[in-house]
Design a protein around this ligand. Structure first.
Ligand code: 5GP
Ligand code: MN
Ligand code: MN
Length: 402
């Protein structure tokens, strides 16, 4: 259940909070109040993994009437998760998982700025799908209509980044469910092109007249029926589609790794959910642009993925369709501290302890991703039982970080 926190003025929309209000950092609370006070805001829902972001908090949902804030959406447009259940069980996996990890690293380019040159996109078939992924031609036609200053001459590079993980906390994992079933899971978004498009529109928004007296320049908005809004929407929805396809290509490459080892392996239908994106939705007859910034859609029956950390479990969930939360749920456990703070507080030894039993990197480069730098995923799940029900509880045995 939620607590309602009043906005800063009488005209502000209410802030519905699925986090304990006392546990929310003061800077995050300030960001929530700023958003609630914007004249275009129709409602704000705060997820239990909430923490400070740029302009708006991560782990929140903003519904606006006739407006959208590009900085609130953020630079990794369409970032999200994909997962698929395989027919394999734990006993079939080799005792030494390091070889499997190496094969995954060889099959899917990981890290910033890495490219592919050899994937034939027309052949990509998402695991569990009956037909290859279609619509590539229309998709690339869409690319040619994007913001010219950002994309001129870049199509080659953008297509080479399709099917690549990126850096940071993007990851690929092999997980086991409570029955020993093997799942593949991954986290990524719209790579360099999403970032460039977002950065461009964020700059444009700052110059517009309606954004000159905002409490935070990162809350600048585009308004309905303006050319700037039309351009942003075109680029935003294209980047969201890029992210969806990017994850589909990687899940296919990942599944191919298993197919080589286990020719008879089969896959259930894949699950894919964005957790940084915009959707047009209607609540009580009001049409709104819903920004899920570190939140997933959890409409009645929607399947979603809520990851924990590189050493704690993750969850496959089914949405309960709670309109008070604009049909949403948390996108993860959420950070407990900044990356800098984590590097100060934890050592490689701590990382080794907290990722015991996981075949993953255990070097200084990933100490800022240590499970202790994230909130406790179990407590986060316990706070959203009116938003989602748990379908499967997963625990990783292999984790490849970007
Ligand atoms: P974000 O999209 O905000 O960067 O991260 C999403 C969520 O993924 C985080 O809030 C955290 O709970 C979770 N997470 C981060 N790293 C890992 C990982 O290596 N494995 C899993 N399963 N979850 C992770
Ligand atoms: Mn991302
Ligand atoms: Mn993400």
């Amino acid at each position: 259940m939620y607590t309602t926190v009043p906005g800063p003025t009488e005209q502000s929309s209410p802030i519905r909070m699925w986090a304990e209000p006392e546990s929310v950092e003061p800077q995050a609370l300030e960001q929530l109040r700023n958003v609630a006070a914007l004249p275009w805001t129709h409602g704000v829902a705060v997820m239990p993994d909430v923490h400070r972001g740029i302009g708006a908090t991560v782990g929140s949902v903003i519904a606006m009437k006739g407006a959208v804030s590009p900085a609130a959406v953020g630079v990794d447009i369409g970032c999200g998760m994909s997962a698929v259940k395989t027919s394999l069980v734990a006993d079939q996996l080799p005792d030494d998982l390091s070889k499997l990890r190496t094969r995954i690293e060889q099959a899917v380019p990981v890290g910033r700025g890495v490219h592919h040159k050899d994937v034939r996109l027309e052949a990509v078939q998402e695991p569990g799908a009956k037909k290859p992924l279609r619509g590539w031609h229309e998709f690339w036609q869409g690319f040619d209509e994007l913001e010219r200053t950002v994309t001129r001459g870049k199509r080659g590079r953008v297509s080479e980044q399709m099917g690549t993980l990126g850096g940071g906390n993007h990851f690929l994992e092999v997980n086991l469910d409570a029955q020993g079933g093997v799942w593949l899971m991954l986290h990524s978004g719209s790579r360099g092109i999403g970032n460039q498009l977002a950065a461009h529109h964020i700059e444009v928004a700052r110059t517009l007249p309606q954004n000159q007296d905002l409490p935070d320049p990162d809350l600048a908005v585009f308004l309905a029926d303006t050319p700037q809004m039309a351009a942003y929407r075109r680029d935003l929805f294209w980047a969201q589609e890029y992210a969806r396809r990017n994850r589909a290509v990687m899940l296919w490459l990942f599944a191919e790794v298993l197919r080589k080892e286990f020719p008879k392996v089969t896959f259930d239908k894949a699950i894919s959910c964005h957790h940084n994106y915009v959707a047009e939705e209607t609540y009580d007859g009001v049409e709104v642009l819903v920004t899920r910034k570190g939140a997933i859609r959890a409409g009645g029956g929607d399947l979603g993925i809520i990851p924990g950390s590189m050493g704690t479990g993750s969850y496959i969930v089914r949405g309960l369709g709670n309109a008070a939360a604009f049909n949403s749920a948390s996108h993860g456990a959420g950070r407990l501290m900044s990356r800098n703070q984590a590097r100060k507080q934890f050592t490689v030894e701590d990382l080794k302890k907290q990722t015991k039993g996981v075949e993953c990197r255990k070097d200084p480069g990933v100490v800022d991703e240590i499970p202790g730098a994230y909130k406790d995923i179990r407590s986060v799940m316990a706070r959203q039982t009116d938003l989602v029900e748990i379908v499967a509880e997963l625990k990783q045995v292999v984790c490849v970080k970007g």
